[in-house]
Write a protein that binds this ligand. Structure first.
Ligand SMILES: *[C@@H]1O[C@H](CO)[C@@H](O)[C@H](O)[C@H]1NC(C)=O
Ligand SMILES: *[C@@H]1O[C@H](CO)[C@@H](O)[C@H](O)[C@H]1NC(C)=O
Length: 457
């Protein structure tokens, strides 16, 4: 059930002393998350809770301007020079829809001949992919350097179908790979729900005006009086669909009882990611984490203080904006969560993590209790959230800073064991949600994923 890693003692020279700070700089009110409860409505603040703090190389040296020179490592396909997704013709949409349905049913696992079939000891990592291919290529590079990665199954869940990207993913050769495709994407529904339809109410029209013009969803503004915008709803839909698919539809995982870790395309992992995941899961299964039911391999920090925290884990109440990175849970927990589908799907918040928090506060039988690694083994290098075009993003700089830190502190990675420290955090007062999810069609579509019904357009 729990994977046994073979520990070689030489890795465990635990050095100490002096806090070395190599990651710093943090934008975003996300860090002071305690007050994010009172987060202003979407109108004033489009930021996704949990969007990243920036990571800056403290040396200030930024040699790599992102030319992709680090690509092409063993097992890492080149993701550069992929074409921008373009609008598709009706024929292409039909073709891709067929292809995608086929792939979701086939559930091909690549590299099984090399690494053997998936079994109870396999690590399952699910990666939600949208369009940030440059980040994704860095994530994959970092995954290729994770110890024991050959003992995993990477499930890439896409909401864009890009043949060249698919090919690049299928060329990953350092572990097993599967691709699944979110079928209700905007790409495949460019002019109708779940995409934006011409007779939808514009976001900013007033509900009174909407009634007069009789635009389609006039009766369903969000809690702030705004109408849906397709591109803001897709991420939550995709997240929910993917979790349902992974636990409910993937045949190979039908009997799998281990945790599934959820990663996003702009994350970056440390080489002992699976090692630490394994330690945490072992503690959870042995009931040694004070009733934890969620694991998180990271949290947002100002500094990566591995010298004092390399082997420390913290148990606390789950807070969406702090513990949404590298989250892992098992089927037992999923069954609890999915029982709360109506809460998740009807809560007027377009963020999956805030919706999950609502589930935790208003529906679950036990609190959501997270056990997280105090020195993160996963980082958010996407310092510009998906809504932000204006900020300079250099994923390569962030990745290099992390690599440098990992190199310097290699002896501190792979701790023998994790300590478990309990911290009682304050629950956040949830008010009405961040909006963006008032449309009844969104609620129904979301619910259809749990009911295993085909959504009727
Ligand atoms: C799951 O377990 C059942 C009962 O042991 C077995 O019949 C079935 O083949 C297993 N399924 C998979 C996909 O391993
Ligand atoms: C699944 O997770 C729960 C916590 O949510 C834990 O108590 C249980 O032992 C885990 N089950 C398995 C089979 O690992």
């Amino acid at each position: 059930m729990v994977k046994i890693l073979c520990k070689s003692s030489k890795t465990f020279l635990i050095v100490l002393v002096i806090t070395l700070i190599w990651l710093h700089t943090y934008l975003s009110g996300i860090l002071g998350t305690e007050n994010s409860v009172d987060k202003s409505p979407r109108a004033d603040d489009d930021k996704i809770p949990g969007a990243a703090p920036a990571v800056v190389d403290e040396t200030g040296k930024n040699g790599n301007t992102g030319g992709g020179s680090e690509h092409g490592r063993l097992g890492t396909p080149a993701f550069i020079n992929l074409p921008e997704p373009r609008p598709l013709s009706a024929e292409e949409i039909e073709e891709i829809t067929k292809e995608m349905t086929f792939e979701n049913e086939m559930q091909r696992i690549y590299n099984v001949e090399k690494f053997g079939p998936v079994n109870e000891g396999t690590y399952v990592l699910v990666i939600q992919v949208h369009s940030r291919v440059e980040y994704l290529s860095l994530l994959i590079e970092s995954l290729s350097r994770v110890q024991n990665i050959e003992n995993s199954l990477l499930v890439f869940s896409h909401d864009l179908y890009v043949p060249q990207l698919n090919e690049a993913i299928r060329n990953i050769d350092f572990t097993r790979v599967m691709q699944i495709f979110y079928p209700y994407s905007i790409q495949l529904h460019p002019t109708s729900f779940p995409g934006q339809s011409p007779d939808d109410c514009p976001r900013d029209i007033s509900p009174e005006k909407a009634q007069q013009t009789k635009c389609r969803n006039a009766d369903h503004p969000d809690v702030y009086g705004h109408y849906r915008e397709a591109r803001y709803t897709q991420t939550k839909h995709h997240w929910w669909w993917k979790a349902n698919f992974v636990f409910g539809k993937i045949v190979t995982l039908r009997n799998y009882t281990g945790v599934v870790a959820f990663i996003e395309e702009d994350h970056y992992v440390a080489p002992d990611f699976l090692w630490v995941l394994d330690l945490m899961e072992t503690l959870m299964v042995q009931n040694l984490c004070h009733g934890c039911n969620l694991l998180a391999l990271g949290t947002y920090l100002k500094t990566w203080n591995i010298k004092v925290a390399n082997s420390r884990g913290v148990v606390t109440n789950w807070i969406s904006s702090k513990h949404n990175m590298g989250m892992a849970f098992n089927r037992t927990m999923w069954n609890e969560i999915s029982r709360c589908a109506p809460t998740f799907c009807e809560y007027d918040d377009y963020n999956w993590d805030w919706s999950l928090l609502q589930v935790a506060y208003t529906c679950l039988h036990q609190p959501m209790t997270v056990f997280y690694a105090k020195a993160p083994r996963i980082f958010h290098i996407g310092d510009c959230g998906m809504h932000y075009k204006q900020k300079k993003c250099n994923p390569h700089t962030a990745a290099k800073a992390i690599d440098a830190g990992v190199k310097t502190h290699h002896a501190l990675l792979f701790p023998d064991k994790l300590t478990v420290e309990v911290r009682h955090g304050k629950n956040m007062r949830l008010k009405k949600g961040n909006g963006g999810w008032g449309d009844i069609r969104d609620k129904q579509l979301c619910l259809s994923f749990s009911k295993d019904e085909k959504y009727q357009f």
